[in-house]
Design a protein around this ligand. Structure first.
Ligand code: SAM
Ligand code: SF4
Length: 336
């Protein structure tokens, strides 16, 4: 049997993790992610579910072992469970893990199906446990629906990790409560620094930004933390809360930069491959796919060509009280 090829970038990093945005649409309008009157892409721009399946399968044939489905809100895309079912055929073979990042609003409908096809872990974004603040942050979301979604995922046997964006003046006061709540429910939690992605309309990035170095100092007033050497190849670094055993992650693209061990690339819902979340370089895989309906060879060539151009790291910075390295595209388009 032939060995699976590998994707190795110019800095000798093995790329085995693909994040895929399956839609730019969402049933929420989080204040740090999109403006309320967001304009979405025309449908024909999006990869069809069949194209997504074909492209993800090509990536898997070239050495991708972990697939994270995201968006926008992946579970609002019509027919998305057909895609999940189909792509799950690679699990236990060339694919080690199929997972998703979701706002949780649709999980009461889909948790059982996701568990049945082999999804073992999900990341659920939740920035507050206060119903009014939840409404203020998400504009259109309902906290209860998300809490029910979390319950449904856990009842289906899926392990849940909470993602919380650190928002100055908004969820600062709940920090300890949220950590306790996660510990009670046996969920890990990861904090994320607001990144300069996309135009927010009236919102100001620097007003939202709460450095995780400050957040960590605050947690340490209540609990002792031990650094864990675990490295998932992503931007997160982890600590353990000595008292509860709970794991806390910090995604700190602004205060620290861990690009040197990056193992991932991102595919947008329109089939553009971004070698780095924080850089503009992209490769149009949709064109390779659509121009070559009967052969994957040009797509494979384009993927390897893109990996050969993966940059060393991003340039995000809020130094000197200005936002630098800002990306015009939204996180929901590239897939957070
Ligand atoms: N809709 C899904 C969700 O909210 O989990 C998946 C897509 S969302 C873009 C993925 C993650 O990106 C979420 O945890 C969200 O909080 C985070 N996110 C969105 N915009 C961000 C920004 N500007 N800075 C940091 N994190 C952001
Ligand atoms: Fe939607 Fe997720 Fe963006 Fe919130 S963060 S608007 S839930 S895509």
């Amino acid at each position: 049997m032939m060995d699976t090829p590998q994707l190795i970038d110019p800095f000798d990093r093995t790329i085995n993790y693909l994040r895929v945005s399956v839609t730019d649409r969402c049933d929420f309008r989080c204040v740090y992610c999109m403006s309320e009157n967001m304009t979405f892409l025309p449908k024909k721009e999006l990869l069809t579910l069949e194209e997504l399946d074909r492209l993800c399968s090509v990536f898997i044939s070239q050495g991708i072992r972990k697939l994270r489905i995201t968006g926008g809100e992946p579970l609002v895309r019509r027919g998305i469970m057909d895609f999940f079912k189909s792509i799950s055929r690679h699990l236990g073979d060339k694919l080690d893990e199929l997972t998703l990042t979701t706002n949780g609003s649709q999980l009461t409908r889909f948790a059982d199906d996701l568990a049945a096809i082999g999804v073992k872990r999900v990341n659920i974004s939740l920035d507050t446990l206060d119903a009014q603040k939840f409404k203020d942050i998400t504009r259109w979301g309902q906290l209860k629906k998300v809490l029910d979604g979390i319950k449904a995922a856990q009842a289906a046997g899926i392990r849940v990790k909470i993602n919380m964006v650190a928002l100055k003046g908004t969820n600062e006061e709940e920090l300890e409560d949220v950590i306790r709540w996660c510990a009670e429910k046996d969920m890990d939690i990861t904090f994320i620094e607001v990144m300069p992605m996309g135009d927010m309309g009236e919102e100001d990035r620097l007003d939202q930004y709460w450095a995780l170095s400050d957040l960590r100092k605050r947690i340490e007033k209540t609990w002792e933390l031990t650094d864990i050497p675990e490295n998932t190849g992503g931007p997160a670094r982890y600590v353990r809360v000595d008292k509860t055993g709970q794991k806390i992650g910090f995604i700190t693209p602004l205060t620290h930069n861990f690009c040197e061990s990056c193992n991932r690339v991102r595919l947008t819902c329109t089939g553009q491959l971004f070698q780095c979340l924080g850089q503009e370089k992209e490769t149009d895989l949709r064109k390779s796919l659509r121009d070559n309906p009967d052969s994957d060879a040009p797509v494979i060539k384009a993927i390897h060509g893109a990996i050969a151009l993966k940059p060393k790291g991003h340039d995000f910075s809020y130094d000197r009280k200005t936002v630098a390295g800002e990306m015009t595209r939204h996180m929901s388009h590239t897939g957070g």
